[in-house]
Design a protein around this ligand. Structure first.
Ligand SMILES: Cc1ncc(COP(=O)(O)O)c(C=O)c1O
Length: 394
């Protein structure tokens, strides 16, 4: 089966946030938008066809996610991660960010401490502070070669009786780590010892490059599963963020009850007829497309690596192990955060996410979303190549 990752689809007139917010974020329309984490690649045809079939039935009343869709997702998780989940552990959620918020309400109270490992996808920090909980910040350690890992020593030193929850991002946005089993086991041992619950945001878990392997946190042991809520879904993998559907998996009965209670209080729990159709289609038919996508994304990573090599004094790039997000270390440019933003917008005409928005550890970084078709990637590389070459002349 072959799939097309070379055609560019115009999204500028389809209400795509990546485009509509360009002026607000970058003060110009004249940038290639490579910021928010969705793809400029068409959602697979199996989803489009499933949504069209559902649209052809002219009643769009209340609907539940069908059991057959959950069965397809259960089979997917078993096949790809050798991990077993059960139907009764699964809830619908329209958004992983909403899931994290709900979990904070369900499992902690105001004043409790929640562990967040920076640099991190911004809602992790905001969800904690906006809900009047305290962030226990455990920045990731970065080795000289640029690899990130957990800081177990710092974490152990900071945990106290008010520490109730850890927000895990696995694979990690923005640094692209796919946490190894041993790393997760050490983290889990700390959580078990201190009775800290874990929200494992595994929304990027299908986007992993060989030889790296995603280990579901809840698969480590029954004991670990009993303190874990896992968030998974097709949003990143199959570019269905606009369908607004994801899954919450909770094995422990009490945690399930508490989560359900918090979720029902806000009454999020109503689905979307088109999302249900698309959701089932990806887990039944989407695998060949995903395998082809990963090859395409790897080619884009290779292009970024070659670019970073040509400008190694200015940009450092450790290829991500997972996600379609490149975490570019721009310290070699010697610019402030503000100047760095300006350089990318004005000199390279690229709209990226500033590293500083992921926490102060991201100060010298920019995050580039490379889930784009080949011509867009080539344009981005050419623009950045030229801007970096010209930089020497300043
Ligand atoms: C780690 C992570 N979690 C959650 C989300 C957003 O998920 P949702 O759109 O389902 O709220 C993103 C989007 O970039 C993400 O990177």
């Amino acid at each position: 089966m072959s799939f097309d990752f070379t055609s560019v689809t115009d999204r500028s007139k389809s209400n795509a946030e990546k485009y509509t917010l360009r002026k607000t974020l970058f003060q110009t329309e004249d940038v290639l938008p490579m910021w928010v984490a969705d793809m400029d690649i068409e959602t697979p045809e199996c989803v489009v066809e499933a949504v069209k079939r559902r649209a052809a039935h002219p009643v769009y009343g209340y609907e539940e996610v069908p059991n057959s869709a959950y069965e397809a997702q259960i089979a997917w998780v078993k096949k790809r991660f050798n991990h077993e989940i059960k139907r009764e552990w699964m809830f619908y959620s329209h958004s992983v960010v909403a899931t994290i918020n709900t979990a904070i309400h369900a499992f902690t109270k105001p004043g409790d401490k929640i562990i967040v490992q920076t640099p991190i996808y911004p809602p992790f920090l905001k969800n904690v502070t906006r809900n009047a909980r305290e962030v226990l910040r455990n920045p990731l350690l970065r080795s000289d070669s640029g690899e990130y890992r957990f800081d177990f020593e710092n974490l152990r030193a900071q945990i106290d009786e008010k520490t109730k929850l850890l927000l895990l991002c696995s694979p990690h946005n923005p640094v692209g780590r796919v946490w190894r089993r041993e790393e997760l086991e050490e983290l889990a041992a700390i959580c078990v010892e201190h009775n800290i619950k874990v929200v494992a945001d595994e929304i990027h878990s299908d986007l992993v490059y060989a030889p790296h392997v995603h280990t579901p946190f809840a698969s480590l042991s029954d004991e670990v599963a009993d303190l874990t809520l896992t968030a998974i879904g097709p949003g990143k993998t199959f570019n269905t963020a606009g369908l607004a559907i994801s899954t919450v998996v909770i094995k422990d009965e009490q945690m399930r009850h508490d989560f359900d209670d918090a979720y029902e209080r806000i009454h999020f729990a109503q689905g979307n007829v088109f999302a249900h159709a698309g959701f089932e289609a990806v887990y039944r038919e989407g695998e060949p497309w995903l395998e082809a996508l990963l090859v395409h994304l790897q080619a884009n990573i290779d292009k970024l690596s070659a670019l970073a090599k040509r400008h190694s004094d200015k940009i450092r790039f450790i290829p991500p192990e997972g996600t379609y997000l490149a975490w570019l270390d721009c310290s070699g440019l010697g610019l402030s955060s503000r100047e760095l933003r300006r350089f990318f917008i004005e000199d390279a005409a690229l709209g990226l996410s500033p590293g500083i928005s992921f926490g102060k550890e991201g100060k010298n970084y920019m995050r580039l979303n490379f889930a784009v078709p080949t011509p867009t990637m080539d344009d981005a590389i050419a623009q950045l190549d030229m801007a970096l070459s010209d930089f020497d002349e300043y």
